[in-house]
Design a protein around this ligand. Structure first.
Ligand code: V47
Ligand code: SF4
Length: 373
């Protein structure tokens, strides 16, 4: 039996969407054509209702977060994606390349603090190789064996593994032996090859991204997946992107979370493209939750969209707000995000989740519940 309010929403659903809505409520998967129809024609209230149903089936009234910090080893990158506000060439003003000791000092700064994860990602630096990064994670593990290391996007992995002349399995295996626990979702952008060629044509291809994640999953390493949206992509291209992830997830089950990343338009070569509205953000979260029924978690990365949108997204199927971050990432402040020094206390994040009517749960990297707040 559906509650009265839901019956009211469903009573005014246009006939073309009624059967799709009933399928989703019944727990059935929808295909790409139906997803496109839903995206084009559904009212925001219907998308919210349907996404909330899917979310509730997976994570009930819980919303997750973790205590984490980032290390961004360098912003020097051999690639030059059109949307990137972070990239610098070697020697350019405002470029950085942290030394091994500087990175270990960041970790030492968390001595005695209850963090559970370090997220390491940055540019593909021409002078650093897989052995350098293997040493970095080995030494981090020596300092903090209790912290989970989520490191290196598929783009960075593709670069360092190919440079070493290894295959993906050997390269990821080497990093795993040295302490790699999971892989972040960066570098997915948009899988459609025509558009990818225009916005980031020189880095890992869509197929390489997916193969790297599949290889990691087969080695027991879980990962996240992202999608850069709100630039020049079409709804069809978003669905195609999600469909490729859904198909891979059917084979491996290795994705923990999907993270839609809203295109931010400052300081990059796509600055003339306006940013999409918060309504578009919410429609996109809802559609992601409904379509990606086999990826357990949907994350709103609050440094990218801001706290208000992050809270709102909880009504559109999101069940994870990433972490406390502690002012350790620059990727989004450089691209125009409102939070220039992103950091939240555990109390802040707990309050945010409660304010939306959910129960906050601190999790580890692989979503094991550590504490209900
Ligand atoms: O791959 C770069 C994106 C990603 C812009 O796995 C931009 O838990 C918007 O992947 N506007 C890196 N997005 C960050 C990332 C990530 C973040 C948080 C959590 C996780 C996780 C992964 O940032 C890049 C690219 O898609 N990005 N520039 C921009 N102007
Ligand atoms: Fe390099 Fe990543 Fe920026 Fe592309 S998005 S230029 S790969 S740092």
């Amino acid at each position: 039996m559906l509650p009265e309010e839901e019956k009211k929403v469903l009573a005014v659903v246009p006939p073309s969407l009624r059967a799709i809505s009933e399928d989703i409520i019944a727990g059935e998967r929808i295909d790409g054509d139906k997803a496109i129809l839903l995206y084009r024609d559904a009212e925001l209230s219907l998308l919210s209702l349907l996404a909330a149903k899917v979310k509730h089936r997976i994570s009930g009234d819980y919303v997750f977060f973790n205590r984490n910090f980032h290390i961004e080893p360098t912003n020097i990158c051999v690639y030059n994606c059109r949307f990137c506000s972070f990239h610098k060439k070697p020697g350019e003003v405002d470029s950085w390349d942290l030394s091994m000791e500087e990175m270990l000092d960041i970790v030492r700064g968390y001595d005695g603090k209850a963090v559970t994860e370090v997220h390491i990602t940055g540019g593909a630096h021409p002078d650093h190789d897989i052995y350098y990064y293997a040493e970095l994670i080995r030494r981090i593990k020596e300092l903090r064996p209790d912290i989970s290391i989520k490191a290196f996007s598929a783009v960075e992995l593709n670069y360092i593994i190919r440079k070493a002349g290894m295959d993906y399995s050997k390269g990821i295996g080497l990093l795993k032996e040295n302490g790699l626990d999971s892989i972040p979702g960066g570098g997915a952008e948009i899988f459609d090859e025509t558009l990818r060629k225009i916005i980031c044509g020189d880095k890992a291809s869509s197929e390489e991204y997916l193969t790297i994640h599949e290889t990691a999953h087969n080695l027991g390493i879980h990962s996240n997946a992202t999608m850069l949206y709100g630039h020049t992509e079409s709804v069809e291209q978003r669905i195609d992107h999600m469909n490729r992830l859904r198909e891979l997830q059917e084979r491996t089950g290795g994705f923990n979370a999907f993270i839609p990343l809203k295109f931010r338009n400052e300081n990059n070569r796509m600055s003339s493209i306006p940013e999409v509205s918060v309504i578009e953000d919410m429609r996109n979260y809802a559609l992601s939750r409904i379509f990606l029924d086999n990826i357990p978690h949907l994350k709103a990365y609050w440094p990218a969209i801001g706290r208000d949108s992050a809270v709102m997204s909880l009504a559109f199927g999101v069940d994870d707000l990433d972490g406390t971050i502690d002012d350790t990432t620059k990727i989004y402040s450089l691209a125009g995000a409102e939070e220039t020094r992103p950091a939240m206390t555990t109390e802040d994040i707990v309050r945010m989740i409660r304010s939306a009517g959910f129960i906050p749960v601190e999790r580890d990297t692989n979503y094991k519940a550590l504490k209900e707040w």
